[in-house]
Design a protein around this ligand. Structure first.
Ligand code: AHG
Ligand code: MN
Ligand code: MN
Length: 310
């Protein structure tokens, strides 16, 4: 167990990760029990829209503020951007002066799948740690992770050393612990599950044809929160997609806050990620709130998808 108090010494992380990166994940873990505890009263719309034009739930706002305060307080964070904020927060440092060295730019989706608040289904927090000013490509990520608010609060963290799953718990004394339960997550070789977003009549014909094949081979697992659905793929093998739609050729998910961190995690776990044409990590952003189609999972399934979309 490591102390997840962001003020505490980051210590040496598994795999020799930069202590500043580890301190960022300590800060994220430290907020998780508090965010979870605050959700019951925050299942309603806040009355505002975010920069993507989507209605913001009270839970989104609460998580964004808590995470913003915790992450910008970490030594080594130079800039903070959030799905819920128009512009970056300057956290006191010029990002991108040296590869793999602080200060970093941290991008978050404070609550992914927050429409699941009403129906009490899974959701989570997505985190990307970049060593370049945003917008940047996913090649500038040095680490990425997500918290999953399921029956258990878990945090998946990926860096150069690989992918780990931790259980995050509030202890009796108020501190927060991180316990590694899987120290080298890899996508299973034999895929079992798939989950595809968007309405079927809105899918382009080539994607529909691919989906028809996959439906014959794998079991449907779709919960409406990318982190929950991707965690099923990471656990059982398979494919998750929020595809390009006829009505929305760039899909729904955001490159900086959602697609890049998830692509980084899945690729470090031995899988693949594409926007249909190129590796997600190579997609050049124009703005920090850009959307992108996302297809992630076992390599063989992603290769077939790319061939199907050609
Ligand atoms: P967010 O709650 O951060 O806006 O993200 C929701 C995303 C993602 O979690 C999920 O895969 C997708 O939207 C679901 O969209 P639909 O509700 O349109 O299926
Ligand atoms: Mn999201
Ligand atoms: Mn969100």
């Amino acid at each position: 167990m490591t102390d997840a108090d962001p003020a505490a010494d980051g210590g040496v992380a598994p795999g020799g990760t930069d202590p500043a990166v580890e301190a960022i994940f300590d800060a994220v873990a430290a907020t998780a029990p508090e965010i979870r505890a605050a959700l019951p009263g925050r299942r309603v719309e806040s009355g505002t829209d975010n920069p993507s034009g989507e209605s913001v739930m009270a839970g989104d706002l609460y998580a964004d503020e808590l995470l913003g305060d915790a992450i910008t307080a970490v030594d080594g964070v130079g800039s903070f951007v959030s799905e819920e904020r128009e512009t970056a927060v300057d956290a006191g440092g010029a990002v991108g002066e040296a590869d793999g060295e602080p200060p970093y730019a941290v991008a978050i989706d404070p609550l992914d799948g927050s429409s699941n608040l009403r129906s009490n289904n899974a959701m989570g927090t997505v985190v990307g740690v970049y060593d370049a000013p945003l917008p940047a490509t996913g090649r500038d990520l040095v680490a990425a992770g997500y918290v999953l608010y399921g029956p258990i609060t878990t945090m998946v963290v990926a860096d150069d050393a690989g992918v780990r799953e931790e259980v995050v718990e509030a202890d009796a004394d108020g501190s927060v612990s991180r316990t590694v339960v899987e120290d080298d997550l890899r996508l299973p070789d034999d895929p079992l599950v798939y989950g595809f977003g968007g309405r079927v009549p809105d899918w382009p014909d080539d994607f529909t044809a691919y989906a028809r094949e996959i439906e014959d081979e794998l079991k449907l697992r779709y919960g409406g929160a990318m982190v929950g659905d991707v965690n099923q793929v990471l656990t059982y093998g398979g494919i998750f997609a929020y595809p390009a739609l006829n009505s929305a050729p760039d899909g729904k998910l955001r490159l900086s806050f959602e697609a890049n961190p998830i692509a980084y995690i899945i690729e470090r776990a031995g899988g693949a990620a594409t926007d249909g044409e190129v590796d997600i990590l190579d997609v050049e952003p124009e703005g920090v709130h850009d959307r992108v189609p996302l297809y992630v999972g076992n390599e063989a399934l992603i290769e077939r998808l790319q061939a199907a979309l050609d």
